[in-house]
Ligand binder design. Structure first.
Ligand code: NAD
Length: 482
């Protein structure tokens, strides 16, 4: 009886995408992967044909009906144009975990770090990648960094489950919680909470700047690293490049009910159409996909043939070195070489091994609904181009005994009361109003205050409620604020 075919969708992407996808699919086919492939068009071409999102509604249905999407890189316009479709796919389909193994293949691929084998588990739905940005005054732009408890719990548990299943010894967390005390602070706190459930796995936390320096200098000190979205995006490229080449890393984007697999690199438009690109990143992503589809034997077969090809020095231009390589090949020839080695195993590099038990549990996450949430006041951002003392006097005249002006802050620095002469200010001022009588205020009191400010012809550019949760401030305090 013929094997049941597994439905997948395939998007060949832009730039080098079609060439590396063709190479990857030819290898999968030669290995006998039981896939029912539906091609979908997404990205630049769809955008240019008049669909502003870069993806047709019917394409979403096809992706949702398939077990996985294998996607080649997509060109994303910079600084304008359509929103990154990669981010849209990850967030719309709830693909919260981005798993990016970065491995050195020394001595066959040149690297400064033989023995490097780091897996970066990047949070995929939150952080600055929500893309929520505002221009508040002619000079001031803002991006929202959004971090949630469920988001942190899901990704951190995924990282520990991954480490456990793949027999990894250590999970490291990178954050910037010395500065971002609430957002990155939450990520770190949940890392500690969930980490305690995995006593057999070593745990450590690094501030991301020095952690990144350590990763670039001594990557062998790391095993699995879990990070918020932006740090994970940047550092997985760094890790892949220092392992050998960005062209060698694949990634899995996993959600509760869907999955997408892609190379970590982009569409490299300058290399497109020349049969030059290395298809390895997409091929390794396809191998991750086969593991996800419980085709571990096939994943192993293809991965080992690929390792053997590297060992024999058959290399594309990006990893070709006179010293370590034997034959410089194009995309197609590289795929042919891998296909010819199906059934062979590497002799020096460790052979790949996958098991059908490599399935990662999706966590149930908690939501802290029982907290007492109380309103203490409001931060109002005001556009103002004169001096701060005049602004403070005007604002004090609008305050009443319910809500009093507590401080004015400019780009995070307190400038009233007691502005230092050196502090450079721009035309957007954060003005904090807090109740001076009892701590809790009503939304009505806040609306009345806003009304009084509008009557003074002030331009309000943004407002943020100041909540406390079980009596603990849910906002950052100014330098000397109690
Ligand atoms: P890039 O990764 O496309 O290319 C940077 C350089 O890396 C290339 O010039 C090339 O020298 C090398 N390179 C990358 N992949 C290679 C491969 N497979 N084989 C050989 N060499 C390779 O980065 P970029 O130039 O910054 O981005 C180009 C476009 O890709 C942009 O529009 C960007 O938004 C998009 N992008 C898409 C994805 C995605 O679809 N997931 C990811 C990153 C960037």
């Amino acid at each position: 009886m013929a094997a049941q075919l597994i439905p997948i969708t395939v998007a060949e992407g832009d730039g080098i995408g079609p060439e590396i996808m063709d190479a990857t699919l030819r290898i999968l086919k030669a290995a006998g992967a039981p896939l029912d492939i539906k091609n979908v068009e997404i990205g630049e071409k769809v955008y240019l044909s008049g669909q502003p999102t870069g993806i047709e509604n019917s394409t979403w249905d096809l992706i949702r009906q398939s077990k996985a999407l294998l996607k080649a890189p997509i060109t994303t316009p910079q600084g304008g144009g359509f929103k990154s479709l990669n981010v849209t796919i990850r967030t719309t389909l709830g693909l919260y975990a981005n798993v990016r193994p970065c491995v050195a293949y020394y001595p066959f691929v040149e690297t400064k770090y033989p023995g490097m084998n780091v897996v970066i588990v990047r949070e995929n739905e939150e952080d600055l990648y929500t893309g929520i940005e505002y221009r508040q005054t002619p000079d001031v732009y803002e991006a929202l960094k959004l971090i949630t408890r469920p988001g942190c719990e899901k990704i951190i548990r995924y990282a520990f489950e991954y480490a456990q299943i793949y027999h990894r010894k250590k999970v490291t967390c990178f954050t910037k919680d010395n500065i971002l005390k609430l957002t990155d602070g939450l990520f770190h706190k949940i890392f500690d909470e969930i980490g305690a459930e995995y006593p057999q796995i070593e745990k450590e936390h690094w501030i991301v700047d020095i952690g990144a320096a350590k990763l670039a200098d001594t990557p062998t000190a790391f095993d699995v690293i879990v990070m918020p979205n932006l740090y994970g995006d940047i550092l997985s490229d760094v890790a892949a490049q220092i392992a050998g080449s960005v062209g060698l890393a694949g990634s899995a984007n996993i959600g509760n009910s869907g999955a997408m697999f892609e190379a970590i690199h982009g569409s490299a438009p300058r290399r497109a159409g020349q049969n030059l690109a290395n298809p390895s990143g997409l091929l390794l992503a396809a191998i991750q996909m086969l593991v996800h589809l419980e085709q571990s034997n096939l994943a192993e077969l293809i991965h080992n043939a690929w390792l053997k090809t590297l060992e024999e020095g058959i290399h594309t231009y990006d990893i070709f070195k006179e010293k370590t390589s034997k034959q410089k090949v194009g995309t197609k020839e590289f795929a042919n070489a891998v296909t010819a080695r199906l059934g062979k195993k590497p002799e020096t590099l460790p052979a790949a091994h996958y098991s059908t038990s490599f399935h990662i549990k999706h966590s149930n996450f908690s939501s802290l609904k029982n907290f007492k949430q109380e309103l203490y006041g409001i931060d109002i951002f005001i556009k103002w181009s004169e001096d701060v003392e005049t602004l403070a006097t005007l604002l004090q005249s609008t305050s009443n005994h319910d809500l009093k002006l507590k401080m004015i802050n400019n780009r995070g620095v307190k400038v009233w009361p007691n502005k230092m002469p050196e502090t450079a200010c721009i035309d957007n001022w954060r003005c904090r109003f807090i109740s001076s009588t009892n701590k809790i205020v009503s939304q009505e009191q806040i609306l009345n205050l806003l009304n009084r400010l509008v009557q003074k012809k002030l331009t309000l550019t943004q407002t943020a409620y100041l909540f406390a949760f079980d009596g603990q401030a849910g906002y950052t305090l100014a330098q000397d604020e109690q």
